[in-house]
Design a protein around this ligand. Structure first.
Ligand code: ZN
Length: 440
């Protein structure tokens, strides 16, 4: 059986899927997410409206590899007011105003004293930065530099109504069962508060991929994991360590809704099959795609590709984290992300999945000379054209290379043609009795 995830329906759905992902992203944007707590759970409930999710609560204090699940953080209010009781900064205006995991505080300070707890971006004076302090107990506010620079000397009251108490960290996953137990793992972090490209774009693309696969037959099983960055992926890996051997391919998804071409960051080894497949699909089908070497920095690929885990997982983004000025600021808002970019990312992931599903090895049943394709309706009958259409070239490449050793991916790489074109040629040749599949 030749599975294809790229029928006409899929291609036609790209724009509509993009709009749906952008609507989901706008819904999720206001939630006060963190690595634990109510905003994270509300996010999981909303994603659970798209596909069913299994939720695991990992208790505070649990040891997960070298880490300990922290206390759960919640916050009701946070503000800075001047000596006339006017609020200068208020959490109600933006979730980014308070440093994530700030301890509770109610103090009155001089402006100079307060400054050491304030974070701004002088180079973008109207933007609010995003800052956290998960593992060092402290407190702080983030605000536009223009607001800070306009503050007169005086005394200010800073109030953070937060709680840090034992609770749990929330993990969620969706499983799509395929014909085999071999798994494709898709991971997206879900801990950032009101930021759109990082990371709501990753969540939207992942959950819509899950929804699209749900009613389709696949060879591989697909596991979608939604978890807070770092501590969440570490907790998930720690809990599931005995089952990691089933993972044949994986992708970390984030930063997929902004401008910029696709960037594929290879796994730790750099030569796993996901590395070949993802890079082949992107370079042959998406303009200006870039391949990045592995680097133990970035998102949760750091955990999936740690030496004792070493999964075959790459990372797909557009312009990566830290390389666009809006990153981790209030300018990373829903208007920074487009439905078109999300739809394109969704399709790119499906094309990668299609190549994972469809790679196979064939043998040419008529290898002495080229078989006569025109007689079988596979070749245009009028010869002499100067340009050889991609499809005809694909037929010839598949026939020439299908010696029982080269897989369709090998052939696609050698031909420099999109995997989908090679796979369709193979399917047509098989249908014409010219090709037989070598059992895996
Ligand atoms: Zn981030």
């Amino acid at each position: 059986m030749q599975t294809t995830l790229l029928d006409g329906e899929t291609i036609a759905a790209k724009a509509e899927q993009g709009e749906a992902m952008h609507a989901l992203l706008r819904d999720l944007f206001p939630f006060a997410r963190s690595i634990t707590g109510a905003g994270l759970r509300a996010t999981i409930r909303r994603l659970g409206e798209v596909v069913p999710l299994d939720v695991t609560e990992v208790p505070s204090g649990k040891q997960v590899f070298d880490w300990t699940v922290p206390d759960e953080w919640s916050i009701d209010e946070a503000f800075i007011e001047n000596d006339r009781g006017q609020r200068i900064v208020d959490l109600r205006d933006s979730n980014l105003h308070v440093v994530g995991y700030s301890v509770p505080v109610d103090v009155t300070l001089t402006l100079a004293e307060l400054r050491s707890h304030l974070h701004t971006l002088p180079e973008h004076p109207d933007w609010i930065p995003y800052r956290t302090s998960y593992y060092t107990r402290s407190w702080g506010f983030c605000l536009a530099d223009r607001v800070l620079e306009a503050l007169p000397e005086g005394r200010y009251r800073a109030v953070i109504g937060s709680r840090l108490v034992p609770g749990s960290l929330t993990l969620a996953e969706h499983f799509h069962r395929g014909a085999t137990d071999d798994e494709v793992l898709i991971f997206a972090h879900d801990c950032h508060p009101s930021l759109a490209n990082d990371n709501l774009s990753g969540l939207a693309v992942a959950v819509h991929l899950a929804a699209w696969l749900r009613h389709r037959a696949t060879r591989y099983s697909y596991r979608f994991v939604f978890a807070p960055a770092t501590i969440g992926s570490i907790a998930w890996l720690s809990i599931n360590e005995a089952r990691l051997a089933r993972i044949s391919h994986g992708l970390v998804l984030s930063v997929l809704g902004g401008e910029g071409p696709f960037h594929y960051k290879v796994s730790r080894a750099g030569n796993r099959s996901i590395d070949r497949i993802a890079w082949h699909v992107l370079r042959t089908e998406f303009a200006d795609a870039r391949r990045l070497d592995f680097l133990p920095w970035g998102y949760d690929e750091r955990q999936f590709c740690s030496p004792g885990i070493d999964l075959p997982m790459g990372r797909l983004t557009r312009t990566p984290n830290g390389e666009f000025p809006e990153y981790h600021t209030s300018a990373d808002s829903p208007s920074f992300v487009t439905a078109q970019a999300l739809g394109e990312a969704w399709l790119a992931c499906l094309k990668i999945a299609d190549a994972i599903e469809g790679d196979a090895t064939y043998v040419n049943l008529s290898p002495r000379g080229e078989p006569q394709l025109g007689r079988r309706g596979l070749y245009r009958s009028t010869g002499g054209y100067q340009d050889v259409p991609e499809r005809q070239l694909a037929l010839l490449w598949v026939l020439n290379q299908s010696d029982g050793n080269a897989s369709l991916l090998d052939i696609a790489e050698r031909a420099g043609l999109p995997f989908t074109v090679i796979a369709r040629a193979a399917s047509d040749l098989e249908g014409a009795g010219l090709l037989a599949r070598v059992p895996a």
